[in-house]
Design a protein. Structure first.
Length: 157
């Protein structure tokens, strides 16, 4: 199905559009995961006589420290786009290009638990042998919303 676009919109879509991570959201993630890591480290220190308590708190502290590191790493590479939407298709930060004619499904998923927003993901299914599916799990940190992303994809498709 052909989507109508005005001359002004066609002019906008002549160049590929990079989508970047939001600096404020990444910094918010760093603060959140750092605080959780410190709280769990304090719990480890205070639960000295309870072996299972130390083990659980240490495992979760390592997990949150890893998440903090991933946020720092993303902040360090903030100038690199998370993905590029263009006439050829979607290009991800690792350089992988998914052509539009091979994309079967392209959806934005808002995940919530009991009404509390947990995560946002971009899920893409293709008819290629590899990759069959691609998930951008850090869509929570993107500068654009789900509606903006889907409208952007429609305008380039």
């Amino acid at each position: 199905m052909e989507i109508y676009s005005s001359a002004a919109q066609q002019e906008k879509t002549r160049q590929d559009r990079p989508v970047f991570y939001s600096r404020s959201r990444i910094i918010g993630g760093i603060v959140l995961w750092s605080v959780v890591t410190v709280v769990l480290a304090v719990l480890c220190i205070r639960a000295q006589d309870k072996n299972i308590g130390i083990l659980l708190a240490a495992c979760f502290a390592l997990l949150t420290a890893w998440l903090t590191f991933k946020c720092f790493n993303t902040l360090r590479n903030i100038a690199q786009p998370a993905l590029v939407v263009g006439h050829q298709g979607l290009t991800f930060e690792n350089g992988m290009l998914l052509p539009w004619n091979n994309i079967v499904e392209n959806i934005w998923v808002n995940q919530s638990y009991m009404g509390i927003p947990i995560s946002k993901q971009i899920q893409i299914r293709t008819d290629l042998p590899k990759p069959k599916a691609r998930v951008l799990r850090r869509a929570t940190a993107l500068e654009i919303s789900g509606d903006e992303y889907l409208a952007l994809c429609d305008s380039y498709r």
